[in-house]
Structure formats: structure tokens, C-alpha cells
Design a protein around this ligand. Sequence first.
Ligand SMILES: NC(=O)c1ccc[n+]([C@@H]2O[C@H](COP(=O)([O-])OP(=O)(O)OC[C@H]3O[C@@H](n4cnc5c(N)ncnc54)[C@H](OP(=O)(O)O)[C@@H]3O)[C@@H](O)[C@H]2O)c1
Length: 227
Amino acid sequence: MGRTVLVSGATRGIGREAVKQLREQGFSVFATGRDRHLLDQLKKDTGCLGETCDLSDSSSVLSMYETARAALGQVDVLINNAGLNPGKTPVVDVPVEDLDVSYAVNLRAPYLLCREALKDMGARKTGHILNVVSTIARTSAPNYSTYCSLKYAMHGFTLCLIKEAQQVNVKVTGVYPGGTDTDFRPENRPDYLKPESAAQMIVQCINAPEDVVVHELVYRPMIETNF
Ligand SMILES: NC(=O)c1ccc[n+]([C@@H]2O[C@H](COP(=O)([O-])OP(=O)(O)OC[C@H]3O[C@@H](n4cnc5c(N)ncnc54)[C@H](OP(=O)(O)O)[C@@H]3O)[C@@H](O)[C@H]2O)c1
């Protein structure tokens, strides 16, 4: 497997920890997120490449992919990790604007990045795409309909992508972490997974033997019971 990785949502949480671990293992990494200060700090700390990008804008998503591809030479591994938690809201109160931005960040952006990456990887007949979904796509939760429905959509998309990518020898993994103690929610959750642990599972999957494809990687903190 190649050694260049594009990581979205790399300025915080699981993505930031994945970049650190990948850099320690010698991967060339292109990191992206919105927060310029956090991205610059990550670049300084790890030596990764990177550029800010607001994934809610589809043209920015496509130009960011081109920049990453040029900077890395080629994208061997894509980690679609960025995600937006719009918070808890009952269906009857969800503003249309929240629905639109959640769709753009949680489904459209990773979809477009998969599309672009699969063109390149398929032509080379090698590569690995990892889509970070969530265990919420295995269950349901009141007041979480926007996030939950888009993660279900990401799950369905990933299942289709697995079959298309298989035809061109590209690995696809749906990653389903359980609750992880990141900036994703306002409160601290020390009983959840540490972001470095959640990232370690992803990095281990990238390092799986060449003849192995992990289609689904489901993992949870011990306290989680949504299965
Ligand atoms: N934490 C959990 O309990 C949990 C559980 C299951 C699955 N997940 C999934 O794991 C992934 C990572 O979550 P996390 O917990 O690490 O979250 P996090 O700490 O909130 O980090 C989210 C990352 O996504 C980026 N992002 C959000 N909106 C963006 C936008 N419009 N454009 C570009 N980047 C954007 C953020 O960048 P900026 O801040 O720089 O904008 C940040 O780097 C997500 O897909 C999430 O759904 C999380």
C-alpha cells in the first residue's frame, strides 16, 4: 500500500490524532480543516502538508482535492473523517439551513472526494478509501435525526462504493466508531473512547496486510450499548 494520505477533519479530534500517528509512521500526509490556526500548528508539530477548506462548499472540496493530489504526488489513501454534529434538535424544530449544511459536510463532500479519489486510484488499480461513519448508523436516537440520517446515507453510499471500487482493485472501509471524547459535543465524555484510540484503529486498518480488505470496522467504548 502506498504512503500518501489525505485526511479531512484533521484540525481536531480523531482526524488530528490520525495525522500525528501517520506522520510518526512515515506517511506523507495532506491535512485539511477550516481552522487555520489549528492547521498551521499541526503542520508545525508533525511536518504534514495541508490547506484550509470549508467542505460545505463543493467547488472548494474539488479544488482542495486537486491541491492535495499535486502536493502529495498522488493520493494513495483517503480518510474521509470530517463530520459536523448539528446538536440535538427535535424534527419539528430543525431549520432547513441546518439540514443543508449537514448534508453538504456529512455526505456531499465525502461523496465528491470519493469520486475524485476513485478515478485516480481506479486508473492505478490500487488505493484505499476510509469513510468515517458512526455507530449511530447502526441505531437511532431521538433529536439526532439530521446527523443520524446523513450517517445512514454515508453508510449506504459506502456499501455501494465497496462494490464499485472492488472492480478496480481499490479497498474501501466503512469506519464506525462509537462515542469518542472530542470537540464533537459540548460536554467532556471521559467514559468515551480517547480520540487517539479511535484514530489508532483507523491507522491499523490502513496497515492491514496487502491481501486483506476490511469492509467494516465497528468499535465502541465499553459503556456503549447501542447494538
Ligand atoms: N466524537 C464522536 O463521538 C464520534 C462518534 C462516531 C463517529 N464520529 C465521526 O468521526 C469523525 C470525526 O469526529 P470528531 O469526533 O473527531 O469531531 P471533531 O473533534 O468535532 O472534529 C471534526 C473535524 O471536522 C472538521 N469540519 C467540520 N465541519 C467542517 C467543514 N464545514 N469544513 C471542513 N472541515 C470541517 C473540523 O474542522 P474545523 O474545526 O477546523 O472546522 C474538525 O477537524 C466525524 O465524521 C464524526 O461524525 C464521531
